[in-house]
Every structure is written in C-alpha cells, then in structure tokens.
Design a protein around this ligand. Sequence first.
Ligand code: C2E
Ligand code: MG
Ligand code: MG
Length: 578
Amino acid sequence: MFSILVIDDEPDNFDVIETFLAHEHHQLHYAASGQDAFQSLDIFKPDLILLDVMMPGLDGIECCRRLKAMERWQSVPIIVVTALTTKADLVQCITAGADDFISKPVNRMELTARVRSMLRIRQQYQQLEEFNNRLEAIVQQRTIQLRQMIFQDGLTGLPSRAGLLQMFDQRQEIRRLPWGLITLDCDQFKLVNGSFGHQVGDQLLQAIAQRLQRQLSPGQLLGRTGGDEFSILVENGDCDHQLEVLGARILASFTAPFWVENCEIFITVSMGVAKTTRLDQDGEQLFQDADTAMYQAKLRGKSSYQIFDAQMHVAMLQRLTLENDLQLAFKQTDFTVYYQPILALKGEALAGFEALIRWRHPSRGLVSPGEFIPSMEMTGLIVSVGLWVFRQACEQLQRWHRQGWTELTMSVNLSVRQFASPTLLADVDQILAETGVNPAFLKLEITESAIMDNAEMAIALTQALRSRGLQISIDDFGTGYSSLGYLHRFPVDTLKIDRSFINAINPNSSAPNPSHQVVATIITLAQQLGLTVIAEGIETQAQLAWLQHLDCEFGQGYLFAKPLKATEIEDQFLSRLS
Ligand code: C2E
Ligand code: MG
Ligand code: MG
C-alpha cells in the first residue's frame, strides 16, 4: 500500500481523486495548500504527490521546485494535475521537476494508469535504494573488519605493528614526545608449535600477552607485532635506565613457566631496545632500530637484551650482503665439501672422515664455515645446504666403499636448525635410498644445544635416526651446559671431545691443567657408558701420546691431516692403504 498526497485548494478535487482511486487501496492524504503540504510531509511520507498548479499562496510550480530541491523528497514522483495545457505551461512544469501530468477534468482511467506507472517507478527506485543501503552497510562493516585486521591482532586482541604505529603517529600529532620501544621475540617458539601443536602455541601466545600486560605501567603500550614477537611502546621513554628496568622486569617475568593445557612450558625472550633520537623521528625508523637491536640480542643467545646503536646498521648491512651472497653461492654451487681423516689412535689407521663444508668465494677464496654457518642458521638456508652436504658425503662414501675401502665411516654435521626441520627424516631417507650408501657407516654429528633445546623431541628423533642404522655423535662435547645429566637418557654412539680441551693439553708442563682432568673424565665416562670417543684438534705428538695413554679410541687433527679435497684424500690416504 502506497501513500499518496493530494495537494489542491479545492477539497472537491480530492474527493474525486479519492473516489477514482478507491479500488487501488492506497492511503490518500490531503493538503489544502502548498504550505500545509510541506508541514505534513513527515507525517504522510508520500510515495507519490498529485499536485494542483493553480493555488493561492504557494502555487504548484513553486511547490514542485521546492520539493525537488529537498534531498529527502526529491525522489518522490510528482504528477501535476492541471487545467493549463499549453506547451509553455508544460515546459514550465517539467523545468520545475514534475514527472508527469494529468489534465483537468480528471479522467478515471487516465488517473489510474498514470498513478500506477509512477508508483511502479517509485517502487523500483525504493528497491534500488534498499539494495544500495544494504551494500553500503556491508562495505562499511567489511571496512571496519579490515581495519581491525590490520590494526589489531586477532589472537590476543592487542594492537598489531600497524596499530602501534598508528597510535604512535596519533599521539605525536597531538604532542611530540620522546619514545622508547622494546621489541621482544620468543626464543625457539617454533619448537613449541612443533612439539605441542599450534593450538597450544596460540594459547601460549595469549598467556604471554597477558603476562606482559601485567608488567606495564600507564603510558606503555603493548602490541603483538609478529608471530612470536611483541613490542612495547614507551611514552616519554628516552631514559636508558627506565627502559632497562622495564626490560629486566620482563626478562624476570619469563623465569616462571607457562601452564597451557596442562603442559608446563618454559620460554625465554630476546629483546631489542631503541629510542627516538629526534622529536620528529618517524615510528617506522624506531621499529626498525628495535628490530636490529633484537637481532643482535638473538645472536648473543637466549634471554638477551640489546640496546640499539647506530653501528648496528652497518653490521646489519654486512649481514644482509652475506646472506645474499650465500643464497647466490648455493644457487651457483659455490660450496664444496672437504674431508678430514679420523684415525684410530692405536696404530694410527684411517677409520673414516668428517665432511666439512667450504665456500669457494669468488674474491675471498676458500671461506671457513665458522664465518657463514651462523648466518645460514639464521636464514634457514642451512637446511637445504646441509642436506646438499649430506648427499655429497653419502655419494663420496659410497664411491670409496665401492672402490674397496669398505670399512670407512663418514661423519656429517647436523646444525640445530636442520635437527629441528620437520622434514629431516624424510630427507635423510630419500638421500639414503638414492645414494644406496650403507647407513651403518654414517655418523650424524649434533651439538649439545640441538639436544637441549628440546630434549624430548631430540630423543625421539635420534631414536628414529638410529633405527635406520645411522650413528649419532655429540659434537664439541664438554662445551654445552648440561652435558652429563642427559647422557644416560640420550641414545648416542659417540662423543667428540671439543678441540679447546685437546688444545690445552700440554703433558710436558708441570702446572695443574683442568683440561687434563676434563679429557680424562670424558674418556672414562664414555668407556663406562659404552660410547666411542673421538678427540678433535690433535695438533702435537705430545697430545697424541697422552690421548693414547688415556686409551682414547679415535682422533682427528692437523697432526694427521687438515680437511682435504676428495682427490687429495685419495692421493694421500687411500692410495697408501691399497
Ligand atoms: P666441527 O664439526 O667441530 O668440526 C671440526 C672443526 O675443527 C673443523 O673446522 C676442522 O677443520 C677443525 N679442526 C680439525 N682439526 C683441527 C686442528 O688440529 N686444529 C685446528 N685449529 N682446527 C682443527 P671447520 O671445517 O672450520 O668447521 C667449523 C665448524 O663448522 C664445524 O665444527 C661444524 O660445527 C661447522 N660445519 C662445518 N661443515 C658443516 C656442515 O656441512 N654442516 C653444518 N651444519 N655445520 C658444519
Ligand atoms: Mg663436527
Ligand atoms: Mg667439533
């Protein structure tokens, strides 16, 4: 049912129209003048207006013009009901905005037809408007959602990095202040996801967010700025001492474990701290500086704290260049594998090799792994490069076995990152299958840190590797922190005594030397646990003699040979054996 407003100074005309339209069942309203009509618009809310032209006061043409000028009513069709029928009159009505005409005296059929036609248009217009409104509401809602997604982290409800930056900008606009920023990244968070699952990982992040929030005072804004990264903006935070106190409080808050789904999880964080150096400094720069400092903190190890200084930019640039070069080197196969002989110390017979990567740098020549392995660890490139080394070493050992040196073993280093790689077992299986090498002659060297990062997972993984016939060595043994406690639980075959202990051996000196004791203890311990021992870094005859005296079974070091190319090994060692 539509609402039709008839504006006519003659009530009789209304009666006629009402009678004529009775069977259409519309709601008809009457206004006796233009002025009355304008006052009743909001009450009647007409869908169609039938407008007389000749009226005292406000005439129809003027009424029409004013109605069409009102945003609220301009879409309501107006049919002018008029006795004036000259072309000039009609043009005047159209110019004023009228949509149709009916001439007086009104004819029933014409009236009905024109009213229907105008109402049809009105209806279409309303549908369109409704559709538009719905669309606009959806767009508005989506825009709000999108803004929320950009500026707020869905998991913790904290501001995102963009959210914090926005707050920073908004506050700077009101009043420029010095700011501090602490960015903290959870150490080894991947291990949590890896061993407990993402659901626990998510809950842990929520718990961390809550714990962090409790450390804060007014004017300190917490946000989740990355997967396992949080940042705290500190208003008026240009005081080193203030930031250090906050940093220390946060580090301390992580000493207690988190309880998530009945799991006790210990987590540590590394922190980077930066401050604005100028009042007009932009927020992006501040975040970048804190990131750079955080990266430095990570390099120093877990639970570290580092304040940004400008020198770090230079270091960062060097690091990025190195990372780039390494990616390129891998693509161009600029890496090569050297082999260092391992000998049985009694009789000094060749027992096997350790495969050691080298980088043939276009300008620097041969680069040692110490210089680039940490960077590859950081970027994760070590996973693919390490597998490449493993494959090379397997192929080489298989070749030597086929040539008749069937008892030789091959040790391959496995970095922490490789050890944590979810595809490690599948990758190892594939390489074993493709090279056809006998796994019983392969030893994987892992460091204590790879084990200690997640002991339960490490135990399962080493068991899985050993079930394939591979042997496991602990490299650089003695330099990690909790060496002894886990040994009986940890399924390994070999301990490699770190070079630093062997290096310090000087049997001719009469001064007491703790390294002597450490080496002797490790050898005894290994013998009692039924493990093989390899002494790394034997450089002197005296060191060798002393190790032989202690019944150390195997050794490697410059005294016997430096790491060599495969062809050099063949010339210097394998030809001698035959
Ligand atoms: P590492 O596994 O403990 O390897 C022994 C290191 O001691 C080698 O250094 C070797 O050249 C050196 N060395 C052996 N005997 C002597 C000696 O008598 N005197 C001295 N001064 N040094 C000796 P390199 O080849 O520079 O490798 C350093 C470390 O880089 C390795 O320590 C290992 O942790 C890592 N690395 C090497 N290749 C790989 C690899 O393919 N993958 C992974 N993940 N790490 C590797
Ligand atoms: Mg090694
Ligand atoms: Mg070592």
